[in-house]
Design a protein around this ligand. Structure first.
Ligand SMILES: [Zn+2]
Length: 156
């Protein structure tokens, strides 16, 4: 029966009652879990908190208390807030990288549009400066006609 004690009762060196409030949330195979929570909140306070809650919220509460206690032990000044602010900072960095990339895409798109417009203008200027018969010849050449057909009229 002694080996069946929960981590809390083992830690507190007491008998584990049949309806121990800690037993479902602090299994004996994870003594560190209760040690963290006890160090930060105190066993009595944790027991009171769990008793006040409806049973369906107790497991999540125990997980949260453990997570917060572990963070507080690792970072006594900021605790969980240290992790949250670190994640906020990562979000801000990602957002600024995203904004920078979107701005670069906009610049490249405008350069590509400008190049297209210049190409169209260059084509129209090319045709503007040609005589009507040259336009026909240039038009034919661009469709694969022109120079090869003139070779057929060559005399050897
Ligand atoms: Zn117990």
């Amino acid at each position: 029966m002694i080996s069946g004690r929960c981590a809390a009762c083992k830690y507190l060196r007491r008998r584990c009652p049949s309806h121990c409030i800690f037993s479902p949330y602090f299994p004996p195979n994870d003594p560190q879990r209760f040690a963290c929570v006890h160090r930060i909140y105190g066993a009595s306070n944790v027991g009171k908190m769990l008793l006040k809650l409806p049973p369906h919220l107790r497991a999540q509460t125990a997980d949260t208390l453990y997570m917060e206690a572990k963070c507080r032990i690792q970072d006594p000044v900021y605790g969980c807030v240290g992790i949250i602010s670190h994640l906020h900072q990562q979000i801000r960095i990602a957002e600024s990288q995203l904004a920078k990339t979107q701005a670069e895409i906009a610049v490249f798109n405008s350069i590509a549009r400008e190049a297209q417009v210049q190409e169209i203008e260059a084509d129209s200027n090319f045709f503007k400066n040609l005589l009507p018969e040259e336009i026909t010849a240039a038009g034919l050449r661009s469709y694969g006609y022109g120079s090869p057909s003139t070779q057929t009229f060559k005399f050897n």
